[in-house]
Design a protein around this ligand. Structure first.
Ligand SMILES: Cc1cc2nc3c(=O)[nH]c(=O)nc-3n(C[C@H](O)[C@H](O)[C@H](O)COP(=O)(O)OP(=O)(O)OC[C@H]3O[C@@H](n4cnc5c(N)ncnc54)[C@H](O)[C@@H]3O)c2cc1C
Length: 536
């Protein structure tokens, strides 16, 4: 067994853990960051992200913090941000709810930067139908508001990248099996690497940022945590179903939204209580119907759209018993377990995506106080990788490197001003994934420099197989490109493809309609039949 020592170990590589590790590393703390699967593979994998407006029971202070952090995101990672318009739609019976959301958006208007956001706009039903002709004739009123989307998995990776540039060590596919605790102190962790080695590492502080797994990891140190787990579910469609984001009320009164992001649309989210293991959440027909019925009230033709996958995950909340899940706003909770007999162990949970950086700063302040580090946080001003300089215009990049305009635009979205460095490889413009316009050069770069070890890692890092074909047209070629980089044999390459198809199957099977099944049959029949062990 190997042994090492650090100032701090952060367990969990979602947006929270990666941002805490980055903040600490930038203050000069010697950090080790460990993730059992891949960066952003947990609840941070939600695709609807961001939600830059208040739709739950947010306080005025929380709305102000949300507005401030979206401005920080713009300043530090402008390349990740994608502008969109969200239209809240009301049938006659929803008009009181629309008034409430309008009041919250009015407060947001006063707090948001006027350079980034245009103020909200009230619309009649007729005006809303002019924007989106597919809307129901029953839509009586609407409010349009500017919103921003961002790729949360890429965000998690950029935090890892910046942390490592500041001296942190960060390993994905390393599962922490136990927090090593005794005599009232947590002094390290034992983790298992992807090749099966066991490593023990000592540290003065251990940060448990494992999202819905926070309870399991704390339990290994003898600490009992009992957060509520709120299950979110979203459905991804193969294209932009509408040019605008459309928000409608579900049967329980919460707002659900169909939001465009890149070439796809995401409908979400269900919000319900869950009690089982976070890795075994089910996508039920009732969950899917709950979302689709809400959308079809305002957009009757929505049922014709082709869903390509659904995604579900849970997040922990300290909300008290009795508060319905739909009203629970994400709120950061930091628990120092010293008084409970595990001095040195700190759990960080429940934060929201748009305010992830500020949440991490608060957590890093607590950890630095324990370590005696006085350096202040710099993350509110320091750009994330790719956000530091002027990126070349997409047309210029496309012309210079022989790319399509779409491939150049997507590359800039992911890498910002560092995009030209990604194109150093001679294969440059050849597309490996046409839906998401991923070039072979970008995949090679991700394998060499972005800790991509599986096809799933490549999906998270550069969007491979995340588009309309869901991998049918690109996975084999991508496996061949990665095999060359990682030295896979032909058998390993085939296994990597099968593993990936099996892994994503749980998210695909519940939503495949007639055309989806037809595509699956053609794609797999053209190979050697169905990958073994798949169960819808
Ligand atoms: C469908 C859906 C939609 C959402 N929409 C929004 C939205 O629009 N706006 C918004 O603000 N929020 C949204 N959220 C919530 C938001 O995504 C999360 O609150 C946030 O991403 C949580 O990040 P996290 O880092 O705390 O947790 P996670 O992303 O879950 O990260 C925890 C990590 O810990 C790792 N881990 C667990 N156990 C171990 C171990 N033993 N060893 C090592 N690593 C371990 C996991 O693999 C995981 O990667 C949504 C969530 C979902 C699921």
């Amino acid at each position: 067994m190997e042994r090492q020592a650090h100032d701090a170990i952060v367990v969990g590589g979602g947006v929270t853990g990666t941002a805490v590790a980055r903040d600490l590393a930038l203050r000069g703390v010697d950090v080790l960051l460990l993730e059992r699967e891949d960066w952003g593979a947990g609840a941070s994998a939600c695709e609807a992200a961001l939600e830059t407006f208040p739709i739950r029971a947010e306080t005025e202070a929380e709305i102000a913090r949300l507005a401030a952090e979206v401005t920080v995101l713009h300043a530090t990672a402008p390349h990740l941000m994608e502008r969109r318009t969200m239209v809240f739609l009301a049938l006659p019976e929803d008009e009181a709810a629309l008034e409430r959301i309008d009041a919250a958006l009015g407060l947001l208007d006063r707090l948001r930067s006027p350079e980034l956001f245009r103020p909200r706009l009230r619309l009649s039903g007729l005006e809303a139908r002019r924007l989106e002709p597919g809307l129901s004739p029953e839509v009586a009123a609407a409010v349009a508001v500017e919103d921003w989307a961002l790729d949360a998995q890429r965000l998690a990776w950029l935090n890892v990248l910046d942390a490592t540039r500041a001296g942190a060590r960060a390993f994905n596919h390393c599962r922490v099996e136990a927090v090593l605790a005794g005599a009232g102190t947590a002094g390290g962790v034992r983790y298992r690497t992807s090749d099966g080695r066991r490593v023990e590492v000592a540290a003065r502080v251990i940060v448990n940022a494992t999202g819905p797994w926070v309870r399991e990891v704390a339990a290994t140190a003898g600490i009992e945590l009992r957060p509520r787990l709120i299950k979110h579910l979203e459905v991804v469609y193969d294209r932009r179903v509408s040019a605008f984001g459309l928000a409608a009320r579900a049967v329980d009164g919460r707002w659900v939204a169909l939001a465009p992001r890149g070439a796809i649309s995401v409908l979400g989210a269900t919000e319900s209580e869950t009690y089982g293991p976070p890795e075994a959440l089910e996508i039920t027909t009732d969950d899917l119907d709950d979302l689709c019925r809400a959308l079809e009230r305002v957009l009757p033709g929505a049922g014709e759209a082709r869903a390509i996958r659904a995604r579900t995950a849970a997040f922990p909340s300290a909300a008290p018993w009795g508060v319905p899940a739909r009203l629970i706003a994400p709120r950061l909770v930091i628990r120092d377990h010293g008084p409970e007999g595990a001095s040195g162990l700190v759990s960080v949970m429940g934060g929201s995506l748009p305010t992830y950086r500020a949440d991490a700063e608060v957590a890093a302040d607590v950890i630095c106080a324990r370590l005696g580090v006085r350096a202040p946080s710099t993350t509110a001003r320091r750009p994330l990788p790719g956000g530091a300089g002027d990126a070349p215009p997409a047309e210029e990049l496309a012309r210079e490197h022989g790319l399509t305009a779409l491939a150049a635009a997507r590359l800039l979205r992911r890498h910002g001003c560092e995009a030209p460095q990604v194109l150093e490889d001679a294969r440059r413009g050849r597309l490996v994934c046409r839906c998401e316009a991923v070039t072979e050069a970008e995949l090679v770069h991700a394998t060499r420099h972005e800790q991509v070890r599986t096809l799933g890692d490549a999906s998270r890092r550069v969007g491979l197989a995340m588009g309309a074909c869901a991998g049918a047209a690109c996975l084999e070629r991508a496996a061949a490109v990665m095999a060359q980089e990682l030295g896979w044999s032909a058998a390993q390459r085939f296994q990597a493809w099968r593993d990936h198809v099996a892994a994503v199957w749980r998210a695909r099977a519940p939503v495949l309609g007639r055309w989806g099944w037809a595509q699956e049959e053609v794609a797999y029949g053209a190979r050697r039949g169905w990958p073994g062990g798949l169960r819808p």
